[in-house]
Design a protein around this ligand. Structure first.
Ligand SMILES: [Zn+2]
Length: 257
């Protein structure tokens, strides 16, 4: 498993340094700003070889060009369909595309929904999900359909082992879990996780890095088959999961917890 260093950027974004301890090879996920990323790389004593972009939004790629200027030969990965939207992109990925980080193999997972070119990066038991899967929630459907987001969350990311550690693009966890508690007041796992994350947030600590297993127990967007989730959006057992997800996402858009 690579070492993951959380790098807070902007107001609530996270970039991540990903370090292969065996070789010292390092990459950065979603550098919205160059300054904090370069400082973290210096502090950790690692040299950056690549940027892994989860999608083209400015608060995920804003530091690309400054980093490329500071680090000659830097490779910049993103989905093939985001070519022209990701500044400085040098590598075009398709679903399942693999490339190395030192001794580790990284695999790109195409997860459209938030945007059409959204990619998650899976490496050594860790997954970087950008704005597709958040702790306790999912991203807004800017370009994709509820069907696409459901497939990305429950089909693609859902196929990864429950022990996989999740690192997402924003610190939205407490707000997401407050919504989750409203959706599923009868799910004690949500209440426990909310208390844990609220305590972390109160100390100014990041809540990221929980497992997919925790998400499956607490994230309503991965629980569209739950009768309580369905009842919340007024849908019964016969409604397709994607319809439940779409209704949940609309409810979250209007939720002020
Ligand atoms: Zn985004």
């Amino acid at each position: 498993m690579p070492r993951v260093v959380t790098v807070p950027c902007l107001s609530d974004n996270y970039a991540y340094l990903v370090v292969d301890e065996a070789t010292g090879a390092a990459a950065v996920v979603d550098p919205s700003e160059a300054g904090p990323v370069l400082a973290a790389a210096r502090r950790e004593g690692v040299g950056l070889g690549a940027i892994w972009c989860t999608h083209h939004h400015f608060d995920h790629v804003g530091g690309n060009e400054e980093l490329a200027a500071a680090v000659p030969g830097l490779r910049i990965y993103g989905h093939a369909s985001d070519w022209g939207r990701i500044p400085g992109q040098t590598e075009a990925l398709d679903h399942g595309g693999a490339f190395p980080l030192g001794t580790e193999e990284v695999r790109a997972l195409h997860v459209p929904g938030h945007t059409l070119g959204a990619v998650a990066y899976w490496v050594g038991g860790v997954v970087f999900t950008g704005d597709t899967l958040f702790h306790g929630g999912c991203g807004r459907l800017f370009e994709g359909t509820p069907e696409a987001m459901h497939r990305s969350l429950s089909g693609v990311l859902g196929a990864l082992p429950g022990s996989t550690r999740v690192y997402c693009g924003h610190e939205y966890t407490v707000a997401n879990l407050r919504f989750a508690r409203t959706v599923e007041p009868g799910n004690p796992a949500v209440e426990i996780r909310l208390a844990e994350c609220a305590a972390l947030a109160a100390r100014g600590q990041a809540t990221v890095g929980a497992t997919l297993g925790v998400e499956r127990r607490t994230n309503p967007f991965l629980r569209t088959s739950s009768p309580e989730v369905r009842a919340f959006v007024g849908l019964g057992p016969d409604a397709p999961d994607a319809e439940v997800l779409g209704a949940l996402r609309r409810a979250k858009d209007g939720f002020r917890g």
